[in-house]
Design a protein. Structure first.
Length: 367
């Protein structure tokens, strides 16, 4: 079950990866592909936050029945150790690019130190600094900081009806916020701020936590299909067609209408996660439990943080080799950039694991 969810992470990253190919808009065919099939990162990002909350709930929902400072510190430090080094490294590369291209050294250094390193840039309206996709780390870190208190609060309730009422309250609240943020109430330019604003994303993460606790406490031993593989295979097809249709339908929306997708997607993705956790084997489960998919999913965060920097550094050279006036050339560019992202992610993960191993061994010896 966890393996299937790990695999999903890579395909969510792949959707985000393609949504950042804005440079292909310079050609007619590239613009058509980008506007109608690629530019929909919101779909995957919303899923990421819900899925993150779900997975955290599976592993930690029972560990914060009391607010123990040492446990909270350990939980936060584990999250920092996992994502912060690559976050800083890619941000530093972005800083160098910004200094070279804009040549305002002291301003960029101040932004990097006081906004990027402290992970508060996503609270600001203009968040596209250094590594623009790193706003996700800024937002998810707020979620991690609040996680122990969320679990402590939920354990005081410990009733499925309470979980459901909180889930529905979050959903209704986001619907109201979405209405208030859409014209004529607010300028559509505010949508980009709503898109990355951490408290909004925290509510999606919170929804995932509720789904995770509900699954862990009530559904983990339930198999509604009773091992009816043929029925599960049929529903696999229905689910895939529905999600693809929902993904493509988003392209027909006006910019401000995309605000509502962050609300509509919550119950859809919640159901999808619970469906993938069902124990009855099916074609989709077998595909997601493939070792290659699981491996790619395990480096999805590294791929996410690296890919935008790689696109910025290399796409101009690739366009010279493969002019973006044909689908085949755009495909080759995408494959090269994707393979480069995966390779760099593997190198970083391997080297970083060696560093962690070295420090852990030295710590043991020192003790």
């Amino acid at each position: 079950m966890i393996n299937a969810l790990t695999s999903v992470r890579f395909y969510l990253f792949l959707s985000i990866f393609l949504s950042h190919f804005s440079f292909i808009k310079k050609s007619q065919i590239g613009n058509f592909l980008f506007e109608n099939f690629l530019y929909n990162g919101n779909f995957a990002v919303t899923f990421f936050f819900i899925l993150s909350g779900f997975c955290i709930a599976l592993g930690y929902s029972d560990k914060f029945q009391v607010l123990d400072f040492d446990k909270i510190k350990t939980f936060i430090m584990k999250r920092i150790i996992k994502i912060y080094p690559l976050y800083i490294l890619t941000g530093f590369i972005g800083l160098i690019i910004a200094i070279v291209t804009k040549k305002v050294l002291w301003v960029k250094l101040c932004e990097f130190i006081f906004l990027y390193m402290t992970m508060i840039q996503s609270f600001l309206k203009n968040y596209s600094m250094f590594n623009s996709v790193a706003w996700f780390v800024s937002a998810i870190f707020l979620c991690y900081l609040l996680t122990p208190f969320v679990f402590y609060f939920l354990k005081k309730m410990a009733k499925v009806k309470s979980y459901l009422s909180i889930y529905l309250s979050i959903w209704i609240f986001l619907i109201i916020v979405s209405v208030l943020l859409s014209p004529p109430f607010l300028d559509i330019k505010f949508y980009s701020y709503f898109y990355h604003f951490p408290p909004i994303r925290f509510l999606q993460y919170f929804s995932g936590i509720l789904v995770g606790i509900f699954y862990k406490d009530y559904l983990v031993k339930v198999d509604i299909f009773e091992s009816k593989k043929h029925l599960k295979n049929f529903l696999d097809v229905v689910l895939i067609v529905f999600l693809v249709g929902l993904y493509l339908f988003s392209f027909k929306m006006k910019p401000y209408e995309l605000i509502f997708t962050q609300v509509v997607y919550i119950p859809v993705f919640s159901f999808t996660i619970l469906y993938l956790c069902n124990r009855t084997s099916s074609i989709l489960n077998e595909f997601l439990n493939n070792k290659i998919n699981i491996f790619l999913g395990s480096i999805s965060m590294e791929c996410y943080l690296i890919h935008q920097i790689l696109i910025i550094l290399s796409h101009k050279y690739l366009v010279r080799i493969f002019p973006i006036d044909s689908i085949s050339n755009i495909f080759f560019i995408a494959i090269i950039l994707l393979l480069g992202t995966i390779i760099l992610s593997l190198i970083f993960k391997k080297l970083y694991s060696k560093v962690l191993e070295y420090f852990s061994q030295n710590t043991i010896r020192a003790d």
